[in-house]
Design a binder for this molecule. Structure first.
Ligand SMILES: [Fe+2]
Ligand SMILES: [Fe+2]
Length: 168
């Protein structure tokens, strides 16, 4: 284990910065809504019937998340974002599922950070709301990994799990 950054540094953010980060989360929720709306309809083939049905459920849950996150941003006195992160498309079913899984991994990494940040600011109720969202995101991750026939990825690897990741 290397020299760990102090917990205080990692979570030492202002309410304005938290609102900005929540707006990034909101853009990821919009991205997820769009991806699940489209992928659930275009996934074809008998082997993908079950997951296509699950993706329709995900789409609706992502809309609930977007509403919850917007409410938190408004509560912090900021304007909720209106732009989704870019949505990747593919004609190949496995590729679509792979993109979804990668997005869920990124979302989970971010919400885990966000919970720590909310708690550092004493926003315990907000942290609790995000915990509830995180539970569903982890279910999405499991559904996708299962459909791909893979292990659920460990998104906590590395310093805060995303040192080598490009931020979108
Ligand atoms: Fe979500
Ligand atoms: Fe999700």
């Amino acid at each position: 284990m290397g020299e760990p950054k102090s917990a205080a540094n990692e979570t030492d953010i202002s309410r304005d910065q938290l609102a900005e980060l929540l707006n990034e989360d909101l853009s990821r929720e919009y991205q997820a809504i769009i991806a699940y709306v489209v992928y659930s309809q275009v996934l074809s083939g008998a082997e993908y019937m079950d997951i296509a049905t699950q993706l329709e459920v995900h789409a609706k849950q992502e809309l609930d998340h977007a509403l919850i996150i917007s409410r938190q941003i408004d509560y912090l006195g900021k304007m909720p974002a209106v732009t989704p992160k870019p949505v990747r498309t593919s004609k190949k079913a496995r590729e679509m599922l792979r993109y979804d899984l990668e997005n869920e991994n990124e979302t989970i990494r971010n919400y885990r950070d966000r919970i720590r940040e909310c708690e550092a600011l004493g926003e315990y109720a907000m942290a609790e709301q995000i915990r509830q969202i995180l539970i569903q995101e982890q279910d999405h991750q499991i559904d996708l990994a299962t459909a791909l026939g893979e292990e659920v990825p460990d998104v906590n690897r590395g310093p805060r799990g995303r040192a080598l990741r490009r931020r979108r």
